[in-house]
Design a protein around this ligand. Structure first.
Ligand code: NCD
Ligand code: ZN
Length: 483
């Protein structure tokens, strides 16, 4: 059977990756991967394929689907001193991410078709890896959501709480109406789930009281902010049938809400990030404003609960919330003067594969959480997120026997300041391929800007609910309220 496949595909094979351990969520098998153009033509037992123009010896290495990062901020347009599409996607490629979904808190924010087109042009000209672009859902753009869909957004982002960019949270009325519209199209809405009003009041009180120390940031954003916002977002998603994604889950407290919602069949997916799994307030004391991020790094104990939630399926995936700022922007006098966030797209894979080596997850779970789950959530599976015949050749060759030390100076991001600086890894990314093209070779960026393109998506059929009670349904064709 394999030989038959070989004979059929041999003529057009451009590249063979030989002898690596090919990983899926359910298996790790020594195999050769044949690539024709942008596509995986076959995954066969070793030694069955005759030679190709280009070959990579992956013996002793793992061959993984490239990471799909559902949460990055590439800052362009508007804040290009922090990052742009070229530097952000170069960092992604070097970190083994072959697709990224980019957030709308740029300037202008991606809340109008005009702003979307501007970002699409910038991304198309510069990207080293494939990408999706989030549209913004806010108070004033509900009537533009369908135009944004028609023009190619990958999903939406709703900032329920304040964060970098200072985009005001929409009212509940606008958010619900937005969800009604997204539900009718099957689009997923990602939420930054922290309660805006509690945080604003607390920060104000803390600042007036003279608190400017790193832990004041945590005090301003207690887990109740997440409990309330996660609960509200789930209520709106369940009522409307809109697909929901909870960004950067940082605390154990709201997990029961998510677990219950999943049991009821609500289509809610959840991401967490390496810093929430592996860092605590102890690190905040060590690193100060550098570790200021929204939501905040929490006390010891939350990380363990997040690991458990990944293992039991309450949390679906790992994202990075790559949020680059310049070193000087992270070093304000008080915690309030340090910009929130830090880069992460380049360190995720080495840091998480180090956890594989440490026995905290299997390599198969890693592939599930970093590639398959996001591909499914954003409607691009099995074109992406898996190494199998017919899928895009988005592939990483990782060495789990050779690590290094994370170094600010070596980052490809413009933001050369990471809390992982000095962290010892036991694994590294050696090759990254995006749709068959080698973008990183022996750890060096060799791809070209402009190779990356918009991810093609096909979300499952919409499942709107309570459609007789939507804003649209209660307004008749003449635009008059019926009751
Ligand atoms: C992000 C940023 O800088 O854009 N910052 C952060 O602290 N996480 C915004 C966000 O995702 O909240
Ligand atoms: Zn956020």
């Amino acid at each position: 059977m394999a030989l038959g496949v070989n004979q059929m595909i041999d003529a057009k094979i451009d590249l063979i990756i030989r002898g690596g351990q090919v990983v899926t969520p359910t298996s790790t098998k020594k195999a050769d991967v044949a690539i024709a153009g942008e596509i995986i033509a076959a995954v066969t037992e070793p030694g069955l394929l005759s030679s190709a123009t280009q070959e990579i010896d992956a013996s002793g290495r793992y061959v993984l689907p490239g990471a799909i990062d559902s949460h990055v901020h590439f800052r362009e347009p508007g804040y290009t001193h922090k990052e742009n599409w070229a530097s952000g996607t170069a960092a992604a490629a070097c970190g083994g991410a072959t697709s990224v979904f980019e957030m709308p808190n740029t300037n202008p924010p991606t809340g109008s078709v005009e702003a979307l087109k501007l970002k699409q042009d910038l991304a198309g000209a510069q990207a080293y890896v494939d990408y999706g672009i989030y549209g913004l859902l806010d108070e004033n753009n509900i009537d533009s959501l369908e135009d944004l869909i028609r023009n190619g957004v990958s999903g939406f982002k709703c900032f329920m709480g304040n964060t970098f960019g200072d985009l005001p949270a929409p009212s509940d009325g606008a958010m619900l109406e937005g969800f009604e519209i997204l539900a009718s199209h099957g689009y997923r809405c990602t939420v930054h789930a922290e309660n805006a009003s509690i945080m604003a009041r607390r920060q104000d009180r803390l600042e007036s009281a003279g608190r400017g120390d790193p832990l004041a940031h945590l005090a301003a954003r207690p887990a109740i902010c997440a409990i309330e916002a996660v609960g509200r977002a789930i209520a709106f998603a369940e009522w409307t049938g809109a697909r929901l994604h909870i960004a950067h889950k940082s605390s154990k407290d709201a997990l029961y809400l998510i677990k219950d919602a999943k049991t009821r069949g609500v289509d809610v997916t959840v991401e967490t990030c390496p810093h929430y799994l592996l860092m605590t307030t102890d690190d905040m004391e060590r690193l100060g404003g550098l570790l200021r991020v929204n939501p905040p790094i929490r006390e010891p104990g939350h990380g363990e609960a997040l690991w458990d939630a990944l293992h039991d399926g309450t949390i679906d995936m790992i994202a990075t919330d790559h949020a680059p700022h310049l070193p000087e922007e992270k070093k304000g006098k008080t915690i309030w003067q340090c910009d929130c966030g830090f880069p992460g797209v380049e360190t995720q894979m080495p840091v998480m594969l180090t956890q594989v080596n440490a026995g905290r997850l299997s390599i198969n779970q890693y592939v599930q959480w970093s590639a398959q789950a996001p591909a499914k959530a954003w409607g691009c599976y099995p074109q992406k997120g898996v190494i199998q015949s017919g899928s895009d050749a988005d592939i990483v060759i990782a060495n789990l026997n050779r690590g290094g030390v994370v170094d600010n100076a070596a980052l490809h991001s413009k933001s050369k300041i990471t809390p992982w600086h000095g962290f010892e890894t036991t694994a590294s990314v050696e090759y990254t391929l995006v749709r068959g093209r080698i973008v990183v070779e022996a750890g060096h960026l060799v791809g070209a800007p402009g190779w990356g393109r918009a991810v093609r998506q096909q979300m499952p059929a919409p499942r709107p609910r309570n459609t007789d009670k939507t804003m649209r349904a209660i307004i008749d064709s003449h635009g008059v309220l019926q009751q």
